[in-house]
Design a protein around this ligand. Structure first.
Ligand SMILES: Nc1ncnc2c1ncn2[C@@H]1O[C@H](COP(=O)(O)OP(=O)(O)OP(=O)(O)O)[C@@H](O)[C@H]1O
Ligand SMILES: [Mg+2]
Length: 511
């Protein structure tokens, strides 16, 4: 390992600035990461975290400031430069080659060559096997990358980093799309790498993770460095107030709404191998939470209701009228809005401007004599974008250059502008910073107060318990419990969320 200066930081940035045209992404970014440490980097959406990471990764070049690796000044013109210098960046969604094997992905472009200059596959598989063993994980090195979970893809990126002997590993929101078990496995791997003396940077909006995994935390706000503390010497409240620089509103501003008529009725919905005999209803003014473990089938149920996925049996009705299967268009016409879990892939045209994205769904209403003007688009988008604190200098900014969290907000704004009867929202605050989280919750609460029916899927138990009038727990494709707001305790939800498994174990024990 290139630990030439063990006493100094492995990675150091000081007063680093980066602008894109008139947008100042980073004004004065600073961080110093010691070898053998896991350093958290936190800040609100658009604070400049990913920009800082991309400078280290060689994606962007800084405009000014100090950038050192192991005490030496560096300046990367490409991602290849950064890799060669021992830096590895693991993104939320890795980009592996789906048709290549796991092993080929790890050794991309530098396959060991055996006798006769042939690629030595046996050696490659053995080496991949050894890497996975070292990480304490099981992944078949011969299988293609296609179809691997995001969690496994990240592990492969980490294995690749280790095979390149990276001394600095940066993870930019790696846990956003992982289940609890997968997060634990990633943390175990990260701790192992730390103990080998590598320097790790961990970006997350989830403070429980930051406090569990990291030893040091650096806070950023609006492109500036704010503070660095030992985790043991600080608290969540302290970090939050530094991040937002203002008082944070109550996180779950749930106001009791008047519950009206049934809006959504789902009856006996089944999809072979995915979910079975799912029946429930959502009333006007009601927030119904779909709780359960990641992979329980909650998103699949939502996608079937909206018509993105097919189902084999059952019926969906909105305000008493049947909603045809497999037609999102018909669902939108019936008054259903659907904010998907994977907003970037499913919810956003990343090359179109913010206003255009927000206006896309309400286009018809905006067109005057068939002409859609930019001014009309901005007028429709403006209020929602402002409410969600989309931090962009101008509404005509391209969505792909926005920070991850701001992209999420644009998708939400876009759907809210359609004035739906039913809002299905999958993981409403994933990737959204703590300040805006409260704002999203207040918005949902207000919308319910105005008579909107809301079906909310969330893996964050406090969010479900804090916001829902009624909680449906899904376990292995079945609804295993329906709990009123009063009865929905963490214990009751967790018990029902693991019901089938627990039942199977009990059966096994008695057999
Ligand atoms: N290529 C780009 N062109 C223009 N503006 C950009 C570009 N990349 C980033 N920005 C802007 O720089 C600011 C910082 O973005 P960045 O992605 O670094 O935020 P972040 O802290 O990672 O936020 P999040 O928590 O939402 O991921 C944002 O206002 C963003 O819109
Ligand atoms: Mg980011």
């Amino acid at each position: 390992m290139p630990g030439t200066a063990p006493e100094g930081p492995a990675l150091e940035l000081r007063d680093v600035a980066k602008s894109f045209g008139s947008v100042v992404a980073l004004r004065s970014g600073s961080i110093a990461v010691t070898p053998g440490s896991i350093h958290a980097l936190v800040g609100e959406n658009g604070a400049g975290k990913s920009t800082l990471v991309k400078i280290v990764a060689g994606v962007h070049r800084r405009d000014s400031g100090v950038f050192r690796l192991h005490g030496e000044d560096v300046d990367f013109g490409s991602t290849a430069d950064s890799k060669a210098a021992g830096v590895a960046v693991i993104y939320q969604e890795p980009t592996l080659f789906p048709d290549l094997s796991v092993t080929e992905n790890i050794f991309m472009g530098r396959q060991p060559v055996g006798r006769g200059r042939r690629i030595d596959r046996a050696a490659m598989y053995a080496e991949a096997e050894r890497l996975f063993q070292g990480l304490g994980v099981h992944i078949d090195p011969r299988r293609p990358a296609r179809g691997l979970s995001i969690a496994d893809q990240q592990i492969i990126e980490i294995a690749k980093a280790i095979s390149l002997d990276a001394s600095v590993l940066i993870m930019d929101e790696p846990t956003a799309a992982l289940s609890g078990v997968e997060v634990e496995r990633l943390f175990a791997v990260a701790r192992g790498l730390r103990d080998q003396g590598r320097a790790l940077v961990f970006i997350s909006h989830r403070f429980d993770e930051v406090f569990e995994l990291c030893d040091t935390v650096t806070v950023m706000r609006d492109g500036d460095y704010v503070s660095t503390d030992a985790i043991a010497a600080t608290s969540v409240d302290e970090i939050v107030s530094r991040m937002v620089g203002r008082e944070v509103a109550e996180l779950f501003p749930k106001t009791p709404a008047e519950i009206g008529d049934v809006v959504l009725e789902v009856e006996g919905l089944s999809s072979l191998g995915t979910f079975h005999d799912v029946s429930f209803s959502v009333r006007a003014g009601e927030i119904v939470g779909l709780a359960g473990l990641v992979g329980a089938g909650r998103s699949e149920i939502a996608r079937a209701v909206f018509g993105v996925d097919r189902y084999d049996a059952g019926a969906v009705r909105l305000a008493g009228k049947p909603v045809p299967a497999r037609s999102p268009r018909a669902a939108i016409r019936a008054g259903i809005a659907f904010v998907p879990e994977d907003r970037r892939k499913q919810g956003l045209v990343t090359d179109a401007s913010v206003a255009r994205n927000v206006a896309a769904v309400i286009r018809r209403g905006l067109t005057h004599a068939g002409v859609l003007t930019n001014r009309d688009e901005n007028r429709a988008a403006g209020p929602w974008a402002a409410r969600l604190e989309v931090k962009t200098s101008a509404l005509d900014m391209t969505a792909s250059t926005m920070s991850g969290g701001n992209q999420q907000k644009v998708v939400l704004a876009k759907w809210l502008a359609t004035e739906p009867k039913l809002l299905i929202i999958d993981e409403p605050t994933r990737g959204i910073d703590v300040g805006t989280k409260a704002e999203v919750h207040r918005l949902l609460s207000d919308l319910a107060g105005q008579g909107l029916a809301i079906l909310m899927i969330s893996s964050e138990l406090p969010e479900v318990l804090g916001m829902a009038d009624r909680v449906l727990v899904v376990c292995e494709g079945r609804i295993t419990a329906e709990l009123s707001r009063e009865d929905a305790t963490p214990e009751a939800v967790m018990h029902a969320a693991t019901a089938t498994t627990a039942h199977a174990i009990e059966e096994e024990a008695t057999a």
